[in-house]
Design a protein around this ligand. Structure first.
Ligand code: NAP
Length: 287
C-alpha cells in the first residue's frame, strides 16, 4: 500500500504559516490583497473564484473581485490591469484564463501589461523567465508546479539524484515543473503526446508526474514499486460523477510507494500557493 500524499495536509500546514505571516502584516496595517479579474460568467472561472475566496479568508488575504462582461474589448481589460498596477492596496492580480475568443489575439499584450511584482500566477513573460533562470526576484512561478514541489518538500521527498519523468509539456504545468525538479538536482525527462514508449519511460522514473489531462491514461503499465507519483490532472469521471486524475488509482496505488489522490492532491495545494504569493508580494513591498 502506498503512502497517500495528501494535498489537504500540505495546504493545512501552509495555511497555518500563512495566517501568521498575514497577522504580522496586519499589525503593520497591511491587508495582503488579491484582485481577481474575471471576464464573462464561465462556470469554471466562477468556481475557481469561489475556491480562491474561501482559501483567502482562511489565511487573512483580502479579495477584490472585478467582473468584466464576456464581450469586453482588449483596451478595457488593459485599462483595468493598468489601474490595478497603480493601486497600492492591491498586492497580487489573478486574471482568470483562458480569455474569451475575441481577446485571444491580444493575450500576450494583456498578460504582459501586469506589473511582474503583482504577477502572482505567472502570466507575464518575466515570471516565466524567473522559473527558467532560477531567479525569485522576477515575478512568481506558476502555482500548480510549485504545489507539486511543496508536496515533495512537505513529505521529505528529495529530488537530488532522482530520475523524474514529467508527462505534459504545457507552459503552465509540465515545462516549469521540469525546471523546478531540475533545479533540485533531479534528472528530468519531459514527455508529451509524441513520445514513443511512454509506459517504459514512465516505469524508469523515481518521481513520476502526470499532467496529460486524460482520464485513466496512467495504468499499471506505467508504474513500478518504489515510485512517487504526482497526479496533476483534473478530469471529469462520468462513472464516479466527480473528478479524477490521469492515474487509474486502484492499479497504481498498490504498486508504488507514494501517490497523490485526485481530488485532495495537487489541486488542494494550488490555491494556498497563490495566497503565499500574495502575502510574499505584500511583504516585499511593505505597503
Ligand atoms: P494542456 O495544456 O492540455 O497540456 C497537456 C499536455 O499533456 C501536453 O503537453 C500534451 O502533449 C500532453 N499529453 C496529452 N495527451 C498525451 C498522451 N496521450 N501522452 C503523452 N502526453 C500527452 O494541459 P495543462 O494545462 O498542462 O493541464 C494538464 C492537466 O492538469 C489538466 O487535466 C488540467 O485540468 C490539470 N491542471 C490541474 C491544476 C491543479 O491545480 N491541480 C492546474 C492546472 C491544470 P502535446 O504537447 O504533445 O500536445
Amino acid at each position: 500500500m502506498a503512502q497517500i500524499l495528501s494535498g489537504r495536509e500540505v495546504a493545512s500546514a501552509m495555511n497555518d504559516a500563512l495566517l501568521t505571516r498575514a497577522g504580522a502584516l496586519a499589525e503593520r496595517g497591511i491587508l495582503p490583497t488579491l484582485a481577481i479579474v474575471r471576464v464573462g460568467e464561465n462556470e469554471s472561472d466562477l468556481s475557481y473564484e469561489r475556491g480562491a475566496e474561501k482559501r483567502a479568508q482562511k489565511v487573512g488575504v483580502g479579495i477584490r473581485k472585478l467582473a468584466l462582461p464576456g464581450d469586453v474589448k482588449a483596451e478595457t481589460l488593459l485599462e483595468t490591469i493598468r489601474a490595478l498596477n497603480d493601486d497600492d492596496s492591491v498586492h497580487g492580480v489573478l486574471l482568470l484564463r483562458p480569455l474569451p475568443e475575441q481577446l485571444k489575439g491580444d493575450s500576450q499584450r494583456i498578460c504582459n501589461a501586469l506589473r511582474p511584482d503583482k504577477d502572482v500566477d505567472a502570466m507575464t513573460d518575466l515570471s516565466s523567465a524567473g522559473v527558467y533562470q532560477g531567479r525569485s526576484d522576477l515575478g512568481f512561478p506558476p502555482c500548480t508546479p510549485e504545489a507539486c514541489m511543496k508536496i515533495l518538500h512537505h513529505y521529505g521527498i528529495s529530488c537530488a539524484g532522482k530520475r523524474a519523468v514529467v508527462i505534459g509539456r504545457s507552459l503552465v504545468v509540465g515545462r516549469p515543473l521540469a525546471m523546478m525538479l531540475m533545479a533540485e538536482d533531479a534528472t528530468v525527462t519531459l514527455c508529451h503526446s509524441k513520445t514513443p514508449n511512454l509506459p517504459e519511460i514512465a516505469r524508469q522514473a523515481d518521481i513520476l508526474v502526470t499532467a496529460a489531462g486524460h482520464l485513466g491514461f496512467v495504468d499499471a503499465g506505467f508504474v513500478r514499486p518504489g515510485q512517487v507519483v504526482l497526479d496533476v490532472s483534473v478530469n471529469w469521471d462520468p462513472e464516479k460523477n466527480g473528478i479524477a486524475g490521469d492515474c487509474v488509482f486502484d492499479q497504481a496505488e498498490p504498486v508504488v510507494s507514494a501517490i497523490t489522490p485526485v481530488p485532495g492532491g495537487v489541486g488542494a495545494v494550488t490555491s494556498s500557493v497563490l495566497m503565499e504569493h500574495v502575502i510574499t508580494a505584500a511583504e516585499r513591498r511593505g505597503l
